[in-house]
Design a protein around this ligand. Structure first.
Ligand SMILES: [Zn+2]
Length: 305
């Protein structure tokens, strides 16, 4: 398995940053952003090395889907196997890149089916220096939501980074098909701001002012973006709650309409928090994720409803 990463070696010795795009094959803003980074990072002005993987999961990209034809989710397959199924081989190859790196950024979106509020996340790892480095990378990336989640999640690139003690963040921005230029720009800016914080580049583009919403939640279920609010029936889903809305239990998130009778089945929230993910592809099967609500473990019901 050869991922054909692009390596930009700076004129001055410094940290080694690995940036991944296309871990999921239907997430296009990261792929465009990494290509643009490859075109614009000037090795003469660079301290350290940047390794770029523009499309980590070629089989999934070719399938226009989250996964390739073996249907394994690459983001649940780390550290992979050298002689395993295609997705396991990709995970193994990326794991080797992670072990060689000093820092990792893994870029995602909601893919064809979901849209996700711009957020940057990391694992609440036990190593204090690594955790602090991740907090600083996440703050530097500059997206509105910063989400520290359970370090016990397995199979992710961040799990591989945790095991290699490599400070790592991931990011999410939008989704729903196509490639939003605002998302591409946010990812280019975010990666460059992290490179600036790591003192790898000097002349930074001006940072946008963002209202920061920081949640650190060490509960086991925290950090899952794919298993919440599973559709109880198949049908046509129409989301009603807006992304970033503050939700309380009982709020209607959307409705599944029976494709024949058009009878609606309301999907209601059971949690309090910020709606950070919602399904945008209307056709749903039983079990498809419809929404993710970001709970604040410190929240005792104080925000204005
Ligand atoms: Zn993804």
């Amino acid at each position: 398995m050869n991922l054909q990463p692009l390596e930009i070696a700076g004129a001055i010795h410094g940290p080694h940053l690995l940036i991944l795009a296309g871990v999921h094959g239907d997430e296009y803003e990261p792929i465009a952003a990494v290509r643009r980074l490859a075109e614009t990072i000037d090795s003469r002005q660079l301290r350290g090395t940047v390794t770029l993987v523009p499309i980590a999961n070629h089989p999934a990209f070719a399938s226009r889907s989250r996964t390739g034809s073996d249907h394994l989710d690459l983001a649940r397959t780390f550290p992979g196997f050298r002689h395993g199924k295609p997705t396991e081989q990709i995970a193994f190859a990326i794991n080797e890149l992670i072990e060689e790196a000093d820092f990792l950024i893994d870029l995602h979106t909601g893919g064809l089916t979901m849209e996700i509020s711009p957020l940057v996340g990391y694992m609440l790892v036990s190593d204090a220096a690594t955790l602090e480095a991740q907090r600083q990378m996440a703050a530097a990336f500059g997206l509105p939501i910063v989400w520290g989640t359970s370090a016990r999640l397995e199979g992710r690139s961040l799990s591989a980074a945790r095991d290699a003690n490599v400070p790592a963040i991931y990011a999410e921005w939008g989704g729903g098909g196509g490639c939003n230029p605002d998302g591409v720009a946010a990812y280019i800016q975010g990666c460059k701001q992290v490179m600036g914080a790591l003192k790898m580049i000097a002349d930074l583009p001006a940072a946008a002012d963002v209202d920061r919403y920081v949640i650190e939640d060490d509960r086991d279920a925290s950090g899952h973006l794919q298993i919440n609010y599973p559709a109880p029936i198949a049908g046509y889903y129409e989301a009603s709650a807006a992304l970033d809305a503050m939700i309380v239990p009982g709020d209607e998130l959307g409705r599944i309409y029976d494709p024949q009778t058009l009878d609606p089945t309301p999907i209601c929230a059971t949690q309090r928090g910020r709606l950070i993910t919602r399904r945008v592809l209307p056709a749903v099967d039983v079990g498809d994720c419809l929404a993710v609500i970001l709970e604040d473990p410190a929240d005792k019901g104080s925000f204005d409803e």
